[in-house]
Ligand binder design. Structure first.
Ligand code: HEC
Ligand code: HEC
Length: 190
């Protein structure tokens, strides 16, 4: 094999890489611009004002990416979110997820701290996956500070299997509705 063979081989390989639609690393600024479409429901800066809509601020980027892809594929069912996610490219999903993950979800000053001791003891088994302070870990979502009504709805969805969630279906099945109430109140107020 001569040098020109190698040269054309290298050219071929570089052209394949430069023309294939690779997803580049996340662009938070582009994510912020695209995320203006989300604030009507998820609130300004990803802080929701209603238990119908989850906070996205401070959520794990990898988890957000996975959920947006799950809405696109129909693995996770919600008509509103399925239509919102339908038009997002892979790159936009990466950018938007990194943007929301970068936003703080700090507690409002002077908000009442609800310490629900029973709820706390029932969440001990959750922290191995959801992080020692329930602020998420790797692709496991943050639960701390999430809207309590949203947490409750998702746990019921896992329990009745209208949402598929790997280990969450059997975990939620083992919880009573009262457990779910207490756990959601406790985590939402963390
Ligand atoms: C019309 C209202 C609406 C708009 C606009 C909207 N969403 Fe949502 N979103 C929802 C609802 C409702 C849910 C909860 C779905 C459920 O109950 O499973 C949700 C859930 C999500 C979730 C799952 C969060 C979690 O904790 O599992 C993600 C991620 C998400 N939305 C991202 C976005 C992004 C990104 C945009 C903008 C491109 C957006 N949403 C725009 C209503 C909306
Ligand atoms: C073995 C690991 C594991 C344990 C233990 C676990 N979870 Fe999860 N949890 C997950 C995974 C994985 C997901 C994401 C599922 C998906 O992809 O939709 C999740 C998702 C959730 C969600 C949805 C969050 C959102 O934003 O929509 C809630 C709520 C939740 N878990 C609550 C709990 C509670 C409460 C416990 C303890 C009683 C618990 N989890 C224990 C792995 C775990």
């Amino acid at each position: 094999m001569n040098i020109s063979y190698y040269r054309s081989l290298i050219l071929l390989i570089t052209s394949i890489f430069s023309f294939s639609p690779l997803v580049h690393s996340a662009d938070i600024e582009a994510g912020k611009t695209r995320a203006s479409a989300c604030q009507g429901c998820h609130g300004i800066n990803g802080k929701s004002q209603s238990g119908h809509y989850p906070n996205l601020a401070g959520q794990r980027a990898l988890y957000l990416e996975n959920q947006l892809k799950a809405f696109q594929s129909g693995k996770r069912i919600n008509p509103m979110m399925q239509s919102m996610a339908a038009n997002l490219s892979k790159q936009e999903i990466k950018n938007i997820s990194a943007y929301f993950a970068s936003l703080p979800l700090e507690k409002e000053k002077n908000s009442p701290v609800v310490v629900d001791v029973i709820g706390k003891s029932k969440t001990a088994m959750c922290l191995g996956c959801h992080g020692s302070t329930a602020r998420g870990l790797s692709s496991f979502p943050r639960l701390a500070g999430q809207q309590p009504a949203y947490l409750k709805k998702q746990l019921l969805n896992f329990k009745n299997r209208t949402r598929k969630g790997g280990p969450m279906n059997s975990i939620a099945s083992s919880l009573s509705e009262q457990d779910i109430d207490e756990i959601s109140t406790y985590l939402g107020n963390l």
